[in-house]
Write a protein that binds this ligand. Sequence first.
Ligand SMILES: [Zn+2]
Length: 453
Amino acid sequence: MDFKNFFNSISRPAAFCALLNHPDLATLHPFLSLLYSKDSPARLWADLGGDGGWDDQACSHILDDPISDVTWSLITMPLSLGGLGLTSAVTTRHAAHYGSWAASWAHIHNTFSLPDVDLSACPAPFAVGLRAAHARVEAAHTAVADSINGHPLPHVAQSIRSVPEPSDLSVAYPHAQKRFAAVVSSARWLDAYHVATVPHRAVMLSAAQQGAMFAGSAVPNPHTGHAILPMHYATYMQLHLRLPLSVLRGVTRCTCGAQLDVFGDHVLSCSKFQQLRTPWHDLVQDTVASMVRCANFHVSVDARRDRAISRAYSPNWRPDLTLLHGSEQGSHVIIDVTTTSVVAQTCLPGSARHALLASDGSAVSKRGVYGNVAPHEMLPFVVESAGALGKEAMKLFQRCRKRAENQLSPQLDEVSTWSARGFSNYFLASFSVATAKGLGHLYVAAACTLRAH
Ligand SMILES: [Zn+2]
């Protein structure tokens, strides 16, 4: 099999499966290495989306220990909710069934001039099936609505208001399938969140923010920079699913003397590894620069220029980037790119209750470092370890998207792939990939240091 070509032309979940079969990955976690010894990628991929060949039972055999319900839920949840996007047809079948009727019943009724039918009481088999499907979706909707006060809701669930009754289907509901699937997935998300550990809740909340998990679907085309090394990708997935990290297996103590946890939380916070976060920071910085240029801002990359130039508008600290005359008022926008952990002791348990709490904290301390830069504006561009963009970062992204009318420049449009078409998808995927690559580098390099110690 031409592995490279395969990897470059298919979607990330499929690539993930292919990677698991690659000999270079034979030393990975049992979850991956048992898959490696199994059948061909094509067979595996069919199992993932297919007729029940891939279920949690099979996953339990693949791991040393049975996987938790939370891990299984996240593997089979949409990317928009921080899952791996391997959506299970079994869990979404009722929503799909009812959604297809909600989208089409009014058209069918009108096209064939059918007599009025009361779908809430009609004894015909199709109506009985439709009501059964509705009951399942409504139950999921109630579960989401009941949890609103008890748990924070993921980004996607916030737009869900109601599920129409069968008697209301005389009006067509466009996008009903997508909306109802979101109801079911959100209910599953809340179930998983409810039983997840506190740090995993923080990861789940961050990963369910807009675009946070787009690395999971970005086609790894080398021209877009969306290619990720297998080891980095596997590490990123393990961080996300909160599985013990393969790269740290057997290492129990940090060079600072602290006990190491299997999930890598300490490595992300330890000052001994601050330097190793630089590639992550720089990948994000390069993506911000590319994004603002695409939106026709005039950008100065201050990180690479003489300090004297930026001192005039940012006396206390050298910015990473500056949008010259880029504010609404015509002053400069001083950008500082920061990466932050959502599982650091300093932000837990708050980050497990409130989305973006970790990035809010980093933004405040960055503003403190820069001080008063009036009349210019300071913009902390914070990216969380589980993928979310901080509030100011998301605002800048939205402003750029609007200026660019959601279009990529001709050069970027040329290299973008079907999985990342248009400004929005392309740059959200690029930020997500930057974090996957940056964290991959951090952990692989830290593991080398720790093993050599
Ligand atoms: Zn340490």
